[in-house]
Design a protein around this ligand. Structure first.
Ligand code: UFG
Length: 340
């Protein structure tokens, strides 16, 4: 019988792609989400891609009783936790809301999972924990820096909660995946990123500008100490990223972990500048994008990219999709949404 994975936040951008890859790898998936930052588009898209009636539960993970009921009603072998608030700027304005939501939900999951005999917990962390690293690329051993936003701090604290829980409770093991910059959409264009309001992230802003929803893309800063003056990031394709979760889940389930708590960088290992990404988008999609250079955005780091060799070696995972394909998928998704 297939093993069952609970995906919290499974109706969102990353969660829906992970759901699809898990199902295609032979797992049963239960999606639970409070739908606070998404609609049903990606859940329905995931059902269409997989041809499966993926069970869905509307659950707020901050509600411990609701989490209890979820674990009572289902035999869950692993949890992948995505359900969290994720807007950096908003977290600075509403710290209590961010700490309460992002920490309470994870504490409930760990507590309830372990009391129901579910040993395997995967946490979606972020390269934000590295801040501006002194040495690039960053390895998992690179020091974490003090978080510059409550959002970033919740990622660090949740990593610590998982590490300490694994240490204290013999029946729990955990993996934290530190994502670099996830972008793109499923090649089917049936699932993708659906930001509410004005997008904070670069690629949704690019695609919304291309389709005419936004007038002009602002490139934040062209005076950084980088080859073309714009920031450098490690843009990781969303399907590649999703596949890393399948590798991590099977590593946990098949007892292949070297330590009961492990951390992996999930990136390509290649730095790409904002301008390079904008130019690549224009080229592959044959679109002239309206953009201008604007002042630096407060809080942005100059450059960060991964050393993904630990994930390559230990998880047997590697980023594969060329960035051109990723940007084509992002554009196809934007067009699909515009027609809906
Ligand atoms: N950028 C622009 N114009 C935009 C949006 C972004 O020029 O309209 C630039 C940013 O200045 C940055 C790059 O594009 O140089 C990438 O920006 P994103 O907002 O897409 O991504 P970040 O690297 O800022 O964000 C990532 C993660 C977050 C995390 C954050 C912490 O996506 O989850 O790092 O720094 F919190």
């Amino acid at each position: 019988m297939a093993q069952t994975v609970l995906v919290s936040g499974g109706a969102g951008f990353i969660g829906s792609h992970v759901t699809v890859e898990l199902i295609q790898a032979g797992y049963d998936v239960i999606v639970a989400d409070n739908m606070s930052n998404c609609d049903k588009t990606c859940l329905l898209g995931a059902r269409k891609i997989t041809g499966r009636k993926i069970p869905f539960f509307k659950v707020d993970f901050c509600n411990r009783n609701a989490v209890e009921r979820l674990f009572q009603a289902n035999k869950i072998e692993a949890v992948i936790h995505f359900a969290a608030f994720k807007a950096v700027g908003e977290s600075v304005e509403q710290p209590v809301m961010y700490y309460r939501n992002n920490l309470d939900s994870f504490l409930n999951i760990i507590d309830v999972a372990r009391t129901h005999g579910c040993r395997n917990i995967l946490f979606s962390s972020s390269a934000t924990v590295y801040g501006q690293p002194e040495e690039l690329p960053v390895t998992e051993e690179s020091p974490r820096q003090e978080a510059t936003s409550p959002y970033g701090n919740t990622k660090q604290i949740c990593e610590d909660i998982l590490r300490d829980s694994v240490k204290a409770y013999g029946n729990v093991r955990g993996i934290a995946l530190r994502y670099f910059n996830p972008i793109g959409a499923h090649p089917s264009a049936l699932i993708g990123e659906l930001p509410r309001g004005v997008p904070n992230n670069l690629v949704p802003f690019i695609t919304q500008t291309a389709i005419g929803k936004r007038e002009c893309l602002s490139i934040f800063g062209n005076d950084y100490p980088t080859p073309d003056g714009t920031c450098l990031r490690d843009y990781i394709d969303i399907v590649d990223l999703a596949k890393a979760h399948v590798c991590a889940v099977s590593r946990m389930m098949e007892d292949k972990m070297k330590e009961p708590y492990e951390i992996f960088n999930i990136g390509t290992g290649r730095p790409v500048s904002v301008l390079e990404l904008v130019n690549a988008f224009q080229k592959v999609n044959g679109i002239k994008l309206n953009y201008r250079f604007a002042p630096r955005r407060p809080g942005d780091v100059t450059a960060v990219w991964a050393d993904p060799s630990k994930a390559n070696k230990e998880l047997g995972w590697k980023a594969e999709r060329p960035v051109e394909e990723t940007l084509r998928a992002a554009w196809n998704w934007e067009k699909y949404i515009a027609k809906k």
